[in-house]
Design a protein around this ligand. Structure first.
Ligand code: AGV
Ligand code: CA
Length: 312
């Protein structure tokens, strides 16, 4: 068993990441931080608590609400899906919520859980890096207790997914939300495995994947996954700015099952100002990063099925 702390930002694939991470036999999940970045905080915290109630195998996890704020806010249209997710009947059948909310904000809860852990903690982050940057500021000693950070964010190929004014199209959203936080985290010695857009582009949500999950909806967790991914647009005729990929799920699954991806060692940095603010890029004098390059699709989707079946 090893310690894992999850910090997520409440969109569909973040919540599915939580669901799946709790099924990994080797993982002792010590805490869950939630930031209302690609979501709204209340339904993101609420849905997380309900998912833990239903699929957390009676553990004593708490959910910590973040008070981190954006530099660049996510589009409201995307953030709203969390309200629908939290309202799914499958999450509300019981009518009560058992999992409690931690009394500290997420970045301080992260500090507490990492410092209190027996041995090192792996951090899995599927949103902006703000909570970690603030945690490092509040308690620098956590740096030596984090054995690695697995982050979904950034891209090294200059093809971003932010379509907003005053930026140059090279930036991924989680990095764009708080570029300075990426800089702070990159300045540490924490080993980083990065799942960026070059790899997640290989796993769009497709109608075929949805159909596959529909056929397995007798498993409660796969039914929930199918409902969740029904809220967001798949890749059908051509890619749009809202086309959905399995971004965070890849990060979470790859953090525990290295066989689903291939990686390469690079050195990188991030821009914090100008139209490229939030752009991650390779540079010879940058910090070491284990960059996920390709996805073994069959192994990845099989692992998602397997984990979700364990939950049900
Ligand atoms: O950039 C990917 C990140 C992931 O953490 N998020 C979604 C995933 O949770 C932002 C994002 C980019 N495009 C989106 C996003 C879209 N079309 N809908 C919702 N979120
Ligand atoms: Ca996310």
């Amino acid at each position: 068993m090893h310690n894992v702390y999850l910090d997520h930002d409440g969109n569909v694939d973040d919540l599915v990441s939580l669901l799946l991470l709790m099924q990994v036999p080797d993982v002792k999940l010590t805490g869950v931080g939630v930031v209302g970045a690609d979501s709204y905080l209340e339904p993101a915290v609420s849905a997380s608590r309900k998912i833990i109630d239903l699929f957390g195998h009676d553990n004593t996890l708490q959910v910590a609400a973040s008070n981190s704020r954006p530099v660049n806010q996510f589009p409201k249209e995307w953030r709203l899906s969390t309200f629908s997710f939290d309202a799914f009947p499958i999450l509300n059948e019981r009518g009560t919520v058992k999992t409690t909310i931690a009394d500290k904000p997420a970045h301080l809860d992260m500090v507490d859980k990492i410092m209190a852990a027996d041995g090192p903690t792996t951090l899995v982050m599927t949103g902006p890096l703000t909570d970690l940057a603030r945690a490092l500021e509040a308690e620098p000693a956590i740096e030596n207790k984090i054995d690695r950070l697995c982050w979904m964010g950034g891209t090294m190929d200059k093809v971003g997914n932010v379509a907003e004014p005053e930026q140059d199209g090279t930036v991924e959203w989680n990095a764009y939300w708080d570029p300075e936080a990426v800089k702070t985290v990159f300045a540490t010695a924490i080993p980083i495995q990065m799942v960026g857009l070059e790899s997640t582009r290989q796993i769009p949500l497709t109608p075929a994947t949805r159909q596959h999950w529909a056929g397995l909806r007798r498993y409660a967790a796969i039914d929930l996954m199918g409902q969740g991914y029904a809220l967001v647009p798949p890749l059908e005729h051509f890619e749009t700015n809202s086309t959905y990929y399995l971004w965070d799920v890849l990060n979470t699954v790859a953090s525990e099952y290295p066989d689903v991806v291939t990686t390469k060692e690079v050195t990188g940095d991030v821009l914090t100002t100008g139209p490229g603010a939030g752009r991650t890029f390779e540079t010879a004098d940058g910090r070491p990063i284990t960059l996920v390059t390709t996805v073994n699709k069959d192994a990845f989707f099989a692992r998602v099925d397997d984990l979700a079946k364990r939950a049900s």
